[in-house]
Design a binder for this molecule. Structure first.
Ligand code: SAM
Ligand code: SF4
Length: 359
């Protein structure tokens, strides 16, 4: 029996064993992926939930060192979708029975932005007769703002911790009160207290990040008892401060493999949560998301942002599907998901089973 098989059989996931699984070579990873697939089938089924992704705006008040749309990058034209454009994208999701959308944006906390999001959530719910579930990914906000948006009709919130190691977090962000690690943790707590299904996640393969940090990230998700996780490879962007450390990065292929192992180990550790197969995986490998489905992920976020804005929402380089309309994206995904052995759960909200149980 190999070391990986032994750990999987004992099912004892602590720092040391998690690290060993993440370090497994390509041959040994086979057993890890097989186990994750079995667990996915047993606990959440071979079904994939769609979340139509609407990249609402690239205005951002923050300046994270890794992100292409950081406020310090003047290369992109800044945009904000109109209310009609958001409603049209949401209507597409509703009519195509996606059952769920994600509203994502650069971070702003001014009253104009807060009120607009509140109003948009209400309009989407009116248009779709409360049949769409809404996930927000709008960054750190005051507890009162989270409450307003929840009351308006949002259900889930994604806020990645980016890296659970506080020291590393500080290396990835400016050292000021707008980018404090503790504020991110407080925001996650406030989301939970408000009643959202809470998702978090990290980037994988960041400069300065070790496999031991990644094992801690998985333990962080478990300790926080999250309902959903979205994590994917870090991909460099030349207009960001982190770009100068590109020489110390793992190769893209290694980052992909490590991301797939993170998904698989997480599925085994947290059997009934929702795990996203993220777009960044597809940047490295056209079949990256489908590989993540085979490693235990069960959520995909087809992009519904109008094509004219996509060039300006480049978080990282070589982001895929910049010129694909929603229909093309949907039919290409259907074929690929079938190839991965899953079926798309059209018309189902796909709430995290973990969240349902905790309720
Ligand atoms: N502004 C909100 C926030 O930061 O929480 C939501 C939008 S932000 C663009 C969504 C996610 O993009 C971040 O949480 C981060 O993990 C990811 N991201 C940003 N730059 C990235 C990069 N260079 N490679 C991979 N993911 C990146
Ligand atoms: Fe803004 Fe989010 Fe990018 Fe940070 S990761 S710069 S908060 S959009």
């Amino acid at each position: 029996m190999t070391k990986v098989e032994e750990i999987l059989e004992k099912g004892n996931f602590e720092k040391e064993t998690i690290t060993a699984l993440l370090l497994a070579g390509e041959e040994d990873s086979g057993a890890l992926f097989r186990k994750a697939r079995e667990i996915k089938k047993e606990f959440v089924g071979n079904r994939v939930y769609f979340r139509g992704l609407i990249e609402y705006s690239n205005y951002c008040a923050k300046n994270c060192f890794y992100c292409g749309i950081r406020s310090g990058n003047s290369r992109y034209a800044r945009y904000e979708m109109t209310g009609d454009e958001v409603l049209e994208a949401a209507r597409y999701a509703w009519q195509n029975r996606f059952a769920s959308i994600v509203l994502q944006s650069g971070e702003r906390d001014d009253e104009g932005f807060i009120a607009k999001i509140e109003q948009l959530i209400g309009s989407i719910q009116d248009m779709a007769r409360n049949e769409l579930h809404i996930t927000l990914s709008l960054g750190e906000q005051k507890p009162e703002t989270y409450r307003r948006w929840f009351k308006a009709g949002a259900h889930r919130y994604l806020l990645r911790i980016e890296d659970a190691n506080a020291e590393l977090y500080r290396k990835l962000h400016p050292n000021d009160r707008h980018h404090a690690y503790q504020s991110r943790i407080d925001a996650l707590m406030a989301l939970r207290a408000t009643g959202y299904q809470v998702g978090t996640g990290v980037m994988i393969g960041l400069p300065f990040q070790t496999v031991s940090d990644l094992a801690d990230d998985l333990i962080f998700f478990r300790d926080l008892d999250v309902d959903m996780v979205g994590m994917g490879p870090y991909i460099e962007h030349q207009d960001t401060p982190l770009y100068e450390h590109r020489n110390q990065l793992l190769s893209l292929r290694e980052r992909l493999q490590l991301s797939l192992k993170m998904v698989a180990v997480l599925r085994i550790m947290m059997k009934d949560i929702n795990i996203a197969a993220t777009t960044a995986l597809q940047t490295i490998d056209p079949m990256g998301r489908e590989k993540a489905l085979q490693a235990g992920a069960n959520v995909i976020m087809p992009n519904l942002t109008p094509v004219k804005y996509r060039q300006d929402y480049l978080l990282y380089e070589n982001k895929p599907c910049l010129d694909e309309e929603a229909d093309q994206c949907k039919s290409c995904l259907e074929t690929r998901i079938q190839m991965a052995g899953d079926t798309i759960a059209y018309g189902e909200w796909g709430d995290s089973k973990h969240f349902e149980k905790r309720k």
